[in-house]
Design a protein around this ligand. Structure first.
Ligand code: GDP
Ligand code: MN
Length: 399
């Protein structure tokens, strides 16, 4: 689960992290009030969307020369004008995709005088089973570019969960950022606070870009992006309450109610599969036959008929889906349950696009029988590539 920048900063400040003062705003009036409370002289008006690259982003309908989603201004009136322009408008950034995201909330912050911008992140490294720290002197801009063009400017080290952060980790961070004296001490303290926040709240990613040194030599978190491990949310009710469903795909929310993993993509073929590996293989082979997946929905192992029905409904409700491929390898999951769920969903919802079903494994004969006797217009497939070929043909033939 992702949260907004202002929420991330509030979480971090509970662990002692120094962040600039600021207030979230859901209307122009609230933005103005926030600015009045801050008092100036410099304000930053920041669009709150679940995507980075806001500073360089472009608002729809404002033309290419208009300012982006992060604006540094010098008066309450300018805060008002920026808020009026940003609220309700769609912001397109490198991370939102071409559709962009509508801005429904802002964060009004006191402005900082920036002397230096760094990059700092903490993330779970599955290979070492540790939290890795990634730091770079090249902050503020796209870290992907830095990693690609000048990888030597990125320092990485990991923290042993058994010991946590030690002073030498702080020194490693300080030296990779070129910080000395008091700033080196500040870096050590900050790292300890960030690590504590990361572990205590079960974050999977904590990215600070930029981490800045201010004109008066203070280390400050200027931007914060935080993702939490969904599997641990049950033990953090306060964190779970930060969820902003308006930032999420409604189909993904519906799927999460049934404990299904649903991922929306840009193509035309809906995929219902069981298991992440089979999902990847199914998408690869659809691409091999020249089409693109519209989504994939993983029903997992041991799903009930109700769950399968819900899954199939979610896929058929997507207007981008021009054909559906059901690809199930029944192990714990039984093919007859899949067949019953599909038949039930089609009875309720109808079926306006071609459907190819490939079943294999436990109770496969019974599953095939249920589909054959249902009278539904289903194309059955013998294996993975046969299924992919048939659905791509059916979709392309219909186009
Ligand atoms: P992002 O574009 O979504 O990553 O949003 P950021 O919060 O990182 O802001 C983008 C850029 O705006 C930062 O890299 C800074 O250069 C600039 N910026 C943000 N806050 C301030 C501020 O308080 N003062 C100044 N001078 N620049 C700021
Ligand atoms: Mn940033």
């Amino acid at each position: 689960m992702n949260i907004h920048e202002h929420q991330a900063k509030a979480v971090l400040s509970e662990f002692g992290v120094a962040v600039p003062r600021g207030y979230p705003a859901f209307s122009v009036e609230e933005a103005v009030k926030a600015a009045q409370q801050l008092g100036g002289p410099v304000f930053v008006v920041k669009a709150q969307i679940h995507a980075g690259g806001r500073g360089k982003g472009k608002f729809e309908g404002l033309g290419p020369d208009a300012k982006g989603g992060v604006r540094v201004v010098k008066s309450v009136e300018e805060v008002r004008a920026a808020a009026e322009e940003m609220f309700g408008r769609v912001l397109v950034t490198e991370q939102t995709g071409p559709k962009g995201k509508q801005v429904n909330r802002l964060y009004i912050e006191e402005g900082a005088a920036i002397a230096k911008e760094f990059y700092l992140s903490l993330l779970v490294d599955r290979e070492t089973s540790r939290v890795s720290v990634v730091a770079s002197t090249e902050g503020g801009m796209s870290i992907e570019e830095v990693a690609h063009n000048t990888p030597d400017k990125i320092a990485t080290f990991s923290v042993d969960p058994a010991t946590g952060v030690w002073p030498h980790h702080g020194l490693m961070l300080a030296s990779s950022l070129g910080l000395k004296g008091d700033l080196s001490k500040q870096a050590g303290k900050l790292l300890g606070q960030l690590y504590a926040a990361f572990v205590a709240t079960d974050m999977s990613l904590l990215e600070i870009n930029p981490l800045i040194v201010t004109a008066d030599d203070q280390l400050r978190v200027l931007d914060a992006k935080v993702s939490f491990d969904d599997s641990a949310l049950f033990r953090h009710k306060d964190i779970a309450a930060l969820r902003d469903e308006s930032e999420e795909d409604p189909k993904e929310i519906e799927a999460s109610k049934y404990d299904l993993s649903y991922i929306a993509l840009d193509g035309e073929i809906g995929c219902m599969v069981n298991g992440a590996g089979l999902a990847m293989a199914t998408m690869d082979i659809i691409k091999l036959y020249g089409a693109e997946p519209a989504n994939f929905l993983d029903v997992g192992g041991g799903a009930t008929k109700e769950k399968v029905t819900a899954a199939f409904k979610i896929i058929t409700a997507d207007p981008n889906v021009k054909g559906i491929l059901v690809n199930i390898f029944g192990g714990i999951m039984r093919c007859d349950i899949i067949a019953e769920g599909v038949v039930e969903a089609v009875r309720e919802m109808g079926l306006k696009v071609p459907l190819v079903v490939r079943l294999e494994g436990t109770n496969v004969e019974l599953g095939k029988k249920i589909i054959a006797e249902s009278g539904l217009n289903v194309v059955s497939a013998n294996d993975l590539s046969d299924g992919a070929e048939k659905i791509v043909k059916a979709v392309r033939g219909a186009a």
